[in-house]
Design a protein. Structure first.
Length: 177
């Protein structure tokens, strides 16, 4: 059971507690809570109860757009960059999980190509494409090894702890030892 279940809610109470995971700005309740509430008449608003809360992810400015054209342009850029080096990390400069992945590759002696999406003029387009590709927002970090999508922090750490990351990096030509 999560913190919202069974509570009476109003637009203001959600706006007070709901914040974007990227910028911490308060977000409008109708953007964060798809499938979250029983919609009732205004007279019954006091009886509005949360039944299931979808995990809040990000504010309007940081959520992926549905624009196919934007996603296509971003996807083309992502795939082009991912195929240019043995290891490519799509990252945000302020993301602690991105830093952990970049540090791991550095400690292993891998010269990964790092694309900081928040410093790239086409970063938003690529971020939207990556969100669609990995199925979550924010999508970073996203790692490609040998031109193939490997995944995010959890997948990289799992491979590393399982002893499978170094052989994968060797096969891709990212390690010589």
């Amino acid at each position: 059971m999560n913190a919202w279940e069974g509570r009476s809610i109003t637009e203001q109470s959600i706006a007070d507690e709901a914040r974007c995971c990227r910028c911490s700005k308060p977000e409008e309740w109708w953007l964060l809570f798809a499938e979250a509430i029983h919609l009732m008449d205004k007279e019954e608003e006091k009886d509005l109860r949360v039944v299931h809360v979808a995990t809040p992810t990000s504010c309007r400015a940081h959520s992926p757009l549905e624009s196919t054209q934007t996603t296509t342009v971003g996807m083309e850029k992502v795939m082009k960059l991912a195929s240019q080096r043995a290891v490519v990390v799509f990252s945000l400069s302020s993301c602690c999980m991105c830093h952990a992945v970049k540090s791991l590759f550095h400690d292993l002696g891998v010269d990964a190509a790092v694309r900081e999406l928040d410093e790239d003029p086409r970063g938003r387009e690529m971020e939207k494409a990556l969100a669609k590709l990995v199925g979550r927002s924010p999508p970073v970090p996203v790692v490609f090894i040998g031109g193939k999508l490997v995944g995010s922090t959890d997948r990289i750490m799992s491979l590393h702890l399982g002893g499978k990351l170094v052989p994968l990096l060797r096969d891709a030509g990212a390690l010589w030892v």
